[in-house]
Design a protein. Structure first.
Lengths: 504, 305
């Protein structure tokens, strides 16, 4: 008996030894060397992998992160501080009636394929977004465009049917693409400082410095966006040096490990992402402004923000974040006050409260927020049922069919107060005064006039408690200490990579 | 196979939601949503969608992803280059761990380490895969820095050392979980053999214990273990979903998950179709191996001895 058993023992031991040796050998095989300085490769870790490479075809926010300003440029650029400045436009003139914009293009601009940039490319690119079968969410904002003319290769004339003060801003989303480009879902042909160098779906997307770029040379040679499905895996990648920077940290718990570590920098910028409890303002009891105000006062938003984000994040009293020019501090309008909430409910005819359902997207922080609201509203006698749905279902049930009482949702875009001017939008807020103000703001002659009108609209939606604005997310970028020069505000999910430097 | 395809097709359509939703974003107007539905064909009645799907399947065309526009078959092929080696290597590693330990646990069942192996393997069955993955990452990637915490090199298998280096922790994770249950099967199969009449007869005819076990035991004990191996291999293939997520690997499992989240029916159907095919193949291979090992099975038509 012992002969066999001992033999087995030896075999398994030597197998173990061999395995250990092999494992150690593998462990020693370190990954490839990385260049430093001007030719450095910057690895950017993100949770938002684009689904395709076309920002008008459901690619998701990840494509803006990877491509805006890096691979594609537009006529104008939305800077990290929220200002808009000319990009592919060298110069432009606006007629006195505000209906004709004449753009002169930058000279010497080349697409990655080698073709020169001409006005025909610009016309084609804008019409791609405004065309009948475009799925771009920006299509509506470009509606005032009546025609585009190209008198010569360097000039584009855009004629409007009504004034559009935000035209330069809106054009900052319209990628200028070579009109000869065939496949935009898996390839690109832009004018940006980087050209696509390879995309492994489910894994990473690499862009390489484009040597014939017309503008200043990027501070690095190559940028690799590495995609993760799990925040923990992403954090581990930064901890182990597999990525240099994380574009947006989504869980505050993980910050502790970077905050007290000299190897990492934690930068807090300003986001435009708002968490809101949107009511269906068309249906009772939410068609009653007193009920909406009562619910706004019944929720201790400070406590919610602390529960989700600790010391980060900002409280907002309306849909407008502090980075928008028409921001007004409205947190006092319906400040936390459960007693007056009960009073308002009584006045509205609900002395014993009521019951309603919150359709809650199934990912963080929505379920947590829903439970918090359930607890807070119970204190004023309002009973909340939580119905968990997937984001996909959300579009069908809420966005399209308006079949809901209330829903939690995060709204990521910059300057999106305009949604309150559209009574057909999913939340069904219908105040003709606000709709008129928003329309008039777009047709304003000056930016000051636009800002004035939108401020007024902003105050009005707060007075109407159109939705329950819970808080503004923080925007937190974490990087290795040796890496600098990245944008921190991440407006509209952009992440300009050309300024990123690696010191090691 | 046809029935499986039909059931899959219907179950997917029963999920609330619409693949067109993945193509639009907040701000889109109703006409744009309708245009997206026309593009993916979700505006057609389900019967018409099914006929269209069957027609494609007949040509072995799995269609193109609604979201990325890439042919599903190409994408699956690319992802299999990760999932298949991952599964196969984990499988081999599991056998290397489980066979010696399982036999040892049976032969030395009255020693302390025999019992210990059984207890530890019992624990291993109870522990979820992702938890083992997270533990391994914390220990070997974050603390010891021996292996990367996640991902797969873009060069793929052209640089086999780098690829293996990246895949070591995922392989180990699957192998540990798989070997936990395998050890128990190997142990009980070995116990059966040890207690069998033929082994006693062989010993009575003068063979040593080890010799008898090797000559007569392994073949007999292998038959039930092989069928379990087949089942384990098939479930590992599907269980790769979890491991691929923990380690952010671009394999078949992550394709399935994102497909389901976005209601990208062609991708989901494609992945499930191909994995059903693979599971059938594995089952067939296990059957075949059993017959090779045990001549008694060759005469019968699939019955188990």
């Amino acid at each position: 008996m012992s002969a066999f058993a001992a033999g087995t023992g030896r075999t398994s031991l030597s197998v173990l030894k061999a395995t250990t040796a092999a494992v150690l050998l593998l462990a020693a095989a370190a990954p490839a060397l990385a260049a430093d300085g001007a030719d450095a490769t910057i690895a950017i870790g993100s949770l938002y992998e684009p689904q395709n490479l076309d920002n008008t075809a459901g690619a998701g926010q990840g494509i803006n992160e990877a491509f805006n300003g890096n691979v594609y440029e537009a006529l104008f650029r939305l800077n990290d501080d929220g200002t808009v400045s000319p990009s592919l436009v060298k110069d432009y003139k606006v007629s006195d009636d505000g209906l004709t914009y004449t753009f002169t293009l930058q000279p010497g601009v080349t697409f990655h394929s080698g073709d020169p940039l001409t006005s025909a490319d610009v016309k084609w690119s804008i019409e791609r977004v405004t065309s009948a079968d475009s799925k771009s969410s920006r299509k509506n904002s470009l509606k005032p465009i009546a025609s585009i003319e190209t008198p010569d290769d360097a000039t584009v004339v855009v004629k409007l049917s009504s004034r559009s003060i935000s035209l330069p801003y809106n054009l900052s989303y319209v990628w200028v693409i070579n009109d000869a480009a065939k496949d935009l879902q898996t390839a690109e042909d832009g004018t940006g400082p980087y050209a696509l160098d390879g995309w492994q779906r489910g894994s990473q997307l690499a862009v390489k410095r484009f040597d014939k770029y017309w503008g200043p040379k990027p501070e690095n040679g190559e940028v690799v966006f590495k995609y993760f499905t799990e925040a923990t895996a992403l954090n581990n990648a930064l901890l182990t040096g597999a990525v240099d920077v994380i574009t947006s940290v989504q869980s505050p718990d993980s910050l502790a490990q970077f905050k007290d570590n000299p190897d990492f920098t934690v930068a807090e910028g300003k986001s435009t992402t708002k968490l809101i409890l949107a009511y269906n303002d068309r249906v009772a009891p939410f068609d009653n402004v007193k009920v909406r105000k009562a619910l706004a006062r019944a929720v201790d938003k400070k406590k919610l923000l602390e529960a989700v984000w600790g010391d980060y994040g900002t409280l907002i009293g309306s849909f407008v974040p502090p980075t928008d020019p028409w921001y007004v501090d409205l947190t006092k309008v319906d400040a936390y006050d459960p007693e007056s909430a009960k009073e308002l409910l009584k006045e509205a005819g609900y002395p014993d409260g009521f019951t309603f359902t919150i359709d809650t997207p199934n990912y963080d922080p929505h379920p947590l927020a829903a439970q918090f609201l359930q607890g807070e509203l119970a204190k004023v006698g309002v009973k909340v049922n939580i119905n968990v749905i997937t984001p996909n279902e959300w579009y069908t049930k809420i966005y399209k069919a308006h079949d809901f009482q209330a829903t939690l949702q995060e709204h990521v875009n910059h300057r999106d107060i305009v949604f309150y001017g559209n009574p057909d939008f999913y939340w069904g807020y219908d105040n003709p005064k606000v709709a008129e103000l928003i329309k008039a703001s777009e047709e304003a002659a000056t930016v000051d006039e636009q800002t004035e009108k939108l401020k007024e609209a902003n105050v009005q939606i707060a007075e109407d408690a159109a939705s329950n604005w819970l808080y503004l997310y923080p925007q937190i970028v974490v990087s290795k200490t040796s890496v600098s020069g990245y944008p921190v505000n991440g407006l509209n999910s952009q992440f300009f990579a050309y300024g990123i430097k690696k010191a090691d | 196979m046809l029935i499986a395809a039909a059931v899959l097709f219907l179950l997917l359509r029963l999920l609330p939601g619409d693949p067109a939703n993945a193509l639009v974003s907040v701000g889109a107007d109703p006409e744009q949503i309708e245009a997206a539905r026309r593009q993916v064909g979700s505006d057609l009645p389900i019967a018409a969608q099914f006929v269209r799907y069957l027609g494609q399947l007949g040509r072995f065309d799995l269609g193109a992803s609604f979201i990325s526009g890439v042919p599903v078959l190409d994408e699956i092929g690319r992802r299999l280059t990760l999932t298949l080696p991952l599964t196969a290597l984990a499988f081999v590693a599991a056998i290397l761990i489980a066979l010696p330990l399982g036999i040892l646990a049976a032969v030395k069942r009255d020693r302390w380490y025999g019992g210990l192996i059984s207890i530890v393997s019992q624990f291993g069955i109870a522990v979820p895969v992702f938890w083992i993955g997270i533990l391994l990452v914390t220990a070997f990637a974050v603390k010891l820095r021996l292996f990367p915490s996640s991902g797969f090199p873009p060069s793929g298998w052209r640089d086999p050392i780098a690829a293996l280096h990246q895949l070591t922790l995922p392989i180990l994770t699957i192998a540990l979980v798989m070997s936990a249950s395998l050890i128990r099967y190997v142990r009980s199969a070995t116990l059966d053999v040890i207690g069998s009449d033929y082994l006693r007869t062989a010993r009575a005819l003068g063979a040593g214990y080890g010799e008898a076990l090797i000559r007569h035991g392994i073949r007999n004990g292998a038959v039930p273990v092989i069928s379990i191996l087949g089942i384990e291999l098939a479930s590992t293939l599907l269980g790769a979903v979890v491991v691929e997520r923990v380690f952010s690997l671009p394999g078949l499992g992550s394709m399935l998950l994102s497909g389901i989240e976005q209601r990208d029916y062609p991708s989901v159907q494609g992945v499930l179709f191909v994995s059903t095919l693979l599971v059938l193949l594995v089952g067939f291979a296990a059957d075949l191996t059993q017959r090779l090992v045990d001549p008694r099975l060759r005469g019968s038509s699939g019955g188990r001895s």
